[in-house]
Write a protein that binds this ligand. Structure first.
Ligand code: ZZB
Length: 267
């Protein structure tokens, strides 16, 4: 699958992450969470970024000035795609691609990051999502609750049980921004579908998969952009334009995911 990986720059670490990175990353370097998305045109509506609380993440050095937070599996895939410019010798196996810091997702919760294109320009938070798959994409998922039923169901749950999830309620309550409009589901397709299908929990995986499929199709074939440079244009046209903008501005890069297969060149 050909994803767009977006670079969400860390503005302020959670206290647990701050303690772990202390002395390991130069003060003038930028660290980015790099979620992989198939919906670049929805990036205006990002309200947070998810990590799996129990998933192990690494902070990987990309150059003297840039570090990425993702799973080791994703870093390894990126290395093959030329995203790690500083490697003198191509890594022969995954052991040679050591993270500078390794932490469970839970340690990053509360970190403040800047999400490119998001209308929440003051920044968004890293929040926990139990259904993130370590085996897919980069293991980091940006949250667009206007158009992703999974994201809507998760932030609703997080806001409801903020204390249980050890977050500040307001981190999960940033305004949901309408990004595109469709004849069938209006301006907030995710909320519309979650409510219509009576989806009660982020763990209703069968129903959420169906809602996701419906939202994808309706958004792509019948959607019109409401915000951004391509407002008024069809989603079908805007999608590639926004993607090119992200790639050209350096706010993201193309990332191919060999669908869960672990590549090995050591043989
Ligand atoms: C932002 C976004 C906005 C997404 C939207 C979807 C939607 P697919 O089709 O199943 O491959 N995703 C990426 N990586 C992971 C992961 N490791 N674990 C769980 N979810 C992940 O799904 C690709 C989408 O799944 C990606 O695109 C990402 O969420 C999520 F409005 O990024 B998306 C109707 C969906 N709308």
């Amino acid at each position: 699958t050909e994803y767009t990986a977006l670079k969400l720059k860390v503005k302020e670490w959670s206290s647990e992450a701050a303690a772990a990175v202390e002395g390991k990353i130069p003060a003038d370097a930028s660290v980015y969470f790099v979620p992989a998305t198939l919906r670049p045109e929805t990036m205006y509506g990002q309200t947070c970024c998810f990590v799996g609380p129990a998933i192990k993440y690494g902070i990987f050095k990309v150059s003297d000035k840039e570090y990425f937070v993702c799973t080791k599996r994703a870093a390894w895939n990126m290395a093959f795609q030329g995203k790690f410019f500083d490697l003198d010798n191509f890594p022969k196996d995954q052991k040679e691609l050591e993270a500078v810091v390794e932490l469970p997702g839970s340690a990053f919760v509360g970190t403040l990051i800047n999400a490119p294109l998001s209308l929440h320009e003051q920044g968004v938070r890293i929040l926990p999502m139990d259904t993130v798959l370590a085996s897919k994409g980069t293991g980091v998922v940006t949250c667009v609750p206007s158009d992703s039923p999974d994201d809507f169901a998760t932030i609703r749950e997080l806001a409801k049980k903020a204390e249980y999830y050890k977050i500040q309620k307001e981190w999960a309550e940033l305004e949901i921004i309408p990004v595109l409009e469709t004849p069938a589901y209006g301006k907030l397709s995710a909320q519309h579908l979650v409510e219509k299908m009576k989806i009660n929990s982020p763990k209703d995986d069968k129903q959420l998969a169906e809602a996701k499929d419906l939202a994808y199709k309706e958004g792509f074939y019948n959607g019109t952009m409401l915000v951004g440079e391509f407002a008024g244009q069809k989603v079908q046209d805007a999608k590639e334009k926004v993607r090119q903008q992200i790639l050209q501005s350096g706010d993201g890069f193309a990332f191919a995911d060999p669908s869960g297969e672990v590549i090995s060149r050591s043989a």
